[in-house]
Design a protein around this ligand. Structure first.
Ligand code: NAP
Length: 251
């Protein structure tokens, strides 16, 4: 038996058009899962890479800054005839400003997308799989700022610290009901999310110096952890926040 085989499984991946979400969607598909990509931008590139693995790909249009849209994702997936049993909450945004100047708009935008919508999407997904009596896996995308304070990213730190707490809370309630809830905490990954950091030569060099692995991550570095947390290899893993950070937190 291949513990990491995802054949016959179906994964919802939010923010699957780019960055970490696209890499996780492609990794889950390579391991055998069909994919429902959820987001507000074109998923054509993701669709092409997943179709080349022979797996089925559906794109669902949803603006996850709106909680109603997040709540509706599972019903929309089911309307396609799919019965997703893996949920990857990857979509997320970041806003940077000095804390004394941080605006309510930047607070609300990040909390709504990164925390509130994630919670209500998890809730809708859990209701559906519990009704069906099928085992399922939820994988949240946390951050180093689920463990550390960060700087100039108040709402992001609050959202990702909240995600760590909710991951543990949901695991406590749902582990006994055959839903595994865990999170991946990526280190510094070369995506749109970190464009501003990478554009600041001094910050970029400071970060690089501190990463034991000696390099920033590529989105594909996150795929293995996602396959593990989606597969039966992690059946007894509940409520953990798995850093995939090149050793950053060990330092
Ligand atoms: P990214 O390239 O900016 O991707 C973010 C994804 O979220 C995109 O697909 C984006 O879609 C989607 N998204 C944002 N707002 C949305 C909305 N309202 N509705 C639907 N989709 C929305 O950044 P990334 O680095 O891959 O980020 C993925 C996740 O990893 C995020 O949760 C982020 O916080 C987390 N993370 C990243 C790093 C890092 O170093 N990069 C580190 C730790 C954690 P659009 O393209 O349409 O905007």
């Amino acid at each position: 038996m291949n513990l990491f085989d995802l054949s016959g499984r179906c994964a919802i991946v939010t923010g699957a058009n780019t960055g970490i979400g696209r890499a996780i969607a492609a990794g889950l598909a390579r391991a055998g899962a069909d994919i429902i990509g959820v987001g507000r931008s074109s998923m054509d590139e993701t669709a092409a890479s997943i179709s080349s693995t022979g797996r089925v790909f559906h794109a669902l249009n949803a603006d996850l800054s709106r909680v109603e849209a997040a709540r509706d994702v599972v019903a929309q997936a089911r309307a396609l005839g799919a019965k997703p049993d893996i949920l990857v909450n990857n979509a997320g945004i970041i806003r940077r400003a000095d804390t004394v100047d941080f605006t309510e708009a930047d607070w609300d935008a990040v909390i709504d997308t990164n925390l509130k919508s994630v919670f209500f999407l998890c809730q809708a997904f859990a209701k559906a799989v519990l009704d069906d009596g099928i085992p399922a896996k939820i994988i949240n995308v946390a951050s180093l700022l689920s463990f550390q304070g960060g700087i100039r990213v108040a709402s992001y730190t609050a959202s990702k610290s909240g995600i760590a707490g909710l991951t543990r809370l949901m695991a406590n309630e749902w582990a006994v009901r055959n839903i595994n809830v865990n999170a991946i905490a990526p280190g510094y990954v070369e995506t749109n999310n970190t464009q501003a950091l990478r554009a600041d030569a001094e910050r970029h060099a400071d970060i690089l110096k501190r990463i034991p692995a000696g390099r920033w991550a590529q989105p594909d570095d996150m795929a293995g952890a996602a396959i593990f947390l989606a597969s039966r290899a992690s059946d007894y893993v509940h409520g953990t926040i798995l850093p995939v950070d090149g050793g950053w937190l060990a330092r």
